[in-house]
Design a protein around this ligand. Structure first.
Ligand SMILES: NC(=O)c1ccc[n+]([C@@H]2O[C@H](COP(=O)([O-])OP(=O)(O)OC[C@H]3O[C@@H](n4cnc5c(N)ncnc54)[C@H](O)[C@@H]3O)[C@@H](O)[C@H]2O)c1
Length: 265
């Protein structure tokens, strides 16, 4: 029970496939008490309430692009959980240009601004709101989920590559300030392709999933395994890890070529 007595907020549990869904389950199994949040529109599916009931977690709607929603979420969470927060998972991503099928060389810039606001700037907003309210306990841990397209080119990932690069940069920049002020850690976990609503929105995702699985010596990391890694990062066992982008990808990021992908006939 490495999260015994800890309090946290989990963003982004949409359905059973969501990475955040598994993180929420694993955190509670390890002794944490949590609140769950998602965009009001995501509440319509209703599944998050089932999860909330099962995990005894209050569900608090918040559009992560609105600081007034984030302020309310932080206040209500501290009230529901009885004190400052020890961890937060930002598990939010959405690209309007990808959704509308726009190619990278013909992007709509209004869509792009929305993409960056939802997928990246919301992370800065969350941390700024939390810091102003002093909502995170000393030594707390904040995580966001990223993807290796922030460093390498995966053409079909489109503008989300740039969104993830910004997300990772916010983790480093804010991690400095939060570390100095409160010893709060800020990191991103760069996860393998995972079969979720957000993941399967990318063109050719199934083929790419299989490619990454073959390329990775350990195979693709599952959402459940990602949840385990998040739990470790929220625990006191990693209290000196901050401002890092941590690959959780079965070794994919260190590979150049894999014989298992070559047909030697
Ligand atoms: N699935 C993958 O292959 C993969 C790989 C690496 C990283 N990631 C990242 O993991 C994170 C979670 O994605 P997932 O794969 O579990 O898919 P998902 O679709 O289950 O989760 C994305 C979540 O973002 C939420 N969201 C969208 N707009 C929002 C807003 N304005 N305010 C609050 N929440 C909002 C959605 O409601 C949804 O719950 C994302 O950051 C994604 O980019 C996914």
């Amino acid at each position: 029970m490495i999260l015994q007595g800890k309090r946290g907020i989990i963003f982004g549990a949409l359905d059973e496939q969501s990475i955040a869904w598994h993180v929420a389950e694993r955190c509670v199994a390890q002794g944490a008490r949590i609140t769950l949040t998602n965009a009001p529109v995501a509440m319509r599916f209703g599944k998050i309430f089932d999860l909330g009931t099962r995990l005894n977690a209050e569900v608090i709607p918040a559009d992560a692009t609105l600081t007034e929603d984030l302020d309310k979420l932080l206040e209500q969470s501290m009230e529901a959980l009885g004190g400052k927060l020890d961890f937060v998972l930002h598990s939010i991503g959405m690209s309007l240009n990808v959704r509308k099928g726009k190619p990278y060389t013909d992007l709509n810039y209004e869509f792009m601004q929305k993409t960056l606001d939802i997928s990246s700037i919301s992370f800065h907003k969350l941390m700024q709101c939390a810091m102003k309210k002093d909502a995170i306990a000393e030594g707390g841990s904040i995580l966001a989920l990223s993807y290796i397209a922030a460093q390498r080119i995966f053409p079909d990932y489109n503008e989300m590559a740039d969104a993830k690069a910004l997300l990772e940069s916010f983790a480093r920049s804010f991690g400095y300030h939060y570390g100095v002020a409160k010893k709060v850690r800020v990191n991103t976990i760069s996860q393998s392709p995972t079969m979720t609503t957000a993941g399967s929105g990318i063109k050719g995702f199934k083929e790419f999933f299989d490619y990454a699985d073959k390329m990775s010596p350990l195979g693709n990391a599952s959402a459940e395994a990602c949840a385990d890694y998040c739990v470790v990062m929220f625990s006191d066992l990693t209290r000196y890890v901050t401002m890092q982008n941590l690959y959780h990808d079965g070794g994919f990021s260190s590979m150049g070529m894999s014989p298992s992908l070559l047909n030697f006939g």
